[in-house]
Design a protein around this ligand. Structure first.
Ligand code: IFM
Length: 447
């Protein structure tokens, strides 16, 4: 029996600001990431996405590379401010034309384009109007979704509204390492709610404009207690609600987890009941980004969650400090199915930053740890599928080494190495490994 059925999507993923470069070219407006990375001291070595992988100019070569690897799908995001420099109103035809060219090149290479509408790069003009704190953002987003689907919906089979709303809230508004860099307990719940409202409006708009399938992408990090002490169990429950259930419960069950009020206290607002009808608008699939798990213990002084992560030194740790723990990927897929129902799932991101040299050595980049990471995690996906979970595709994060947000360029997640001095692309051994998995439709993973 073949574990990965015909039509299973074998993909890789990227996002606009992380790879495109040329953020202001051809009439584009600045995004919050352009502004944030140009503010001294906010990113490693003050690095920016000004050049990144120069994909804006090199997209055709990159599509040929994907084709050579045998990818059947490519997940990328659209830069909202390239297409709509002020975030609403006039469309910038030259910005939109870039994505038309990209989609056509992908289709010409037999690769399915999978479009994420929002991967963190809000137009700066909308941030000036309050960004994700302004309730109108739901309507701005719906208008943007409508515009994109009308332009590309005939050629794009799979759309997602938001990538990782938790990170937008947690990194952008609660603790501040990511754009726009706010640090506010009171803003965080408002932002989450507006993200969910925007998601709901975006789904309605995309459907009305003819999207064939529209879903949401969340990052899930299963939480395990450090011990069976009541304090550790409660810390685990709170962090699980904050990170794993905060968006999925409203989308699938029409309510926030009870723990949210416990975590945020006075900062947790009363939300209008009618909002949940919008938020739980049915979606066609769920995208799951999985990297690691969290082992949690009680930490009363670490507010507001009163929990902290316990490092697990017995396992391999990546360059971003994340424990390699593939079993939790299989477990989380089953958890989603059991808690939220049998909706089609895609692994929309999975991968690891390990040290790779800045330049290829003798024309090659050997990355055995990343190869092992992919082997173990693809087997975990297969295990979940054998247990009946409806997984329809898998996307490696990332196709290319790229701009890892405030961590800059030093954290390399690509299966294809990028020499940032020359823009030379070199498929790493992990790319060759993945290519073989695709060619054999999983058989080369072994048992
Ligand atoms: O690079 C990011 C991506 O933008 C969103 N998901 C996690 C990746 C690795 O940190």
């Amino acid at each position: 029996m073949n574990d990965f059925p015909d039509g299973f999507l074998w993909g890789a993923a990227t996002s606009a600001y992380q790879i495109e470069g040329s953020p202001l070219a051809d009439g584009a407006g600045p995004s919050i990431w352009h502004r944030f990375s140009h503010t001294p001291g906010l990113t490693a070595n003050n690095e920016t996405g000004d050049v990144a992988c120069d994909h804006y100019a090199r997209y055709a070569d990159d599509v040929r590379l994907m084709q050579a690897l045998g990818l059947t799908a490519y997940r990328f995001s659209v830069s909202w401010s390239r297409v709509m420099p002020s975030g609403t109103g006039a469309v910038n035809p030259r910005g939109l034309a870039f994505y038309e060219r990209l989609v056509d090149a992908l289709l010409g290479a037999g690769i399915q384009p999978c479009v994420t509408l929002y991967h963190w790069d809000l137009p700066a003009a909308l941030d000036d109007r309050g960004g994700w704190l302004n309730p109108d953002v739901a309507l701005w987003f719906a208008y943007y979704a409508d515009t994109l689907v009308l332009a590309l919906g005939d050629r794009v089979p799979l759309w997602t509204t938001l990538n990782e709303p938790w990170v937008v809230m947690d990194g952008g508004y609660h603790f501040g390492p990511l754009a726009p860099g706010h640090r506010s307990l009171f803003e965080a719940p408002l932002v989450s709610h507006n993200l969910l409202r925007a998601h709901g409006q975006g789904v309605l708009a995309a459907r009305a404009a003819g999207a064939r399938a529209i879903g949401l992408v969340v990052n899930l990090e299963p939480k395990y207690p450090a011990s069976d002490q009541p304090g550790d169990l409660a810390a685990t429950r709170r962090t699980d609600a904050y990170m794993n259930r905060q968006y999925l419960d409203p989308v699938f069950r029409g309510e926030y987890p009870a723990e949210m009020a416990e975590i945020f206290g006075d900062a947790w607002p009363r939300f209008a009941a009618a909002d949940f009808d919008l938020i739980r608008t049915p979606i066609d699939f769920l995208g799951i980004n999985y990297y690691t798990r969290g082992v949690m213990r009680d930490a009363p002084e670490v507010l507001p969650l009163r929990a902290e992560r316990v490092p697990q030194r017995q396992h391999i740790t990546t360059e971003t400090g994340w424990e390699v723990y593939p079993d939790a990927l299989a477990a989380v897929l089953e958890w989603v199915r059991d808690r939220y129902g049998d909706i089609p799932l895609y692994i929309t991101e999975n991968g690891a930053a390990f040290y790779d040299p800045p330049h290829a050595i003798d024309g090659a980049v050997e990355d055995p740890l990343r190869v092992a990471y992919y082997r173990w995690h693809l087997r975990a996906v297969r295990d979940a599928m054998r247990r009946g979970v409806d997984v329809r595709g898998y996307f490696a994060w990332s196709l290319l080494d790229n701009f890892e947000w405030s961590l800059g360029y030093a954290k390399r997640f690509g299966i294809v190495h990028v020499d940032f001095a020359t823009q030379l692309r070199t498929p790493k051994s992990s790319a060759r490994f993945y290519s073989e998995v695709i060619r054999t439709r999983g058989a080369s993973l072994g048992q």
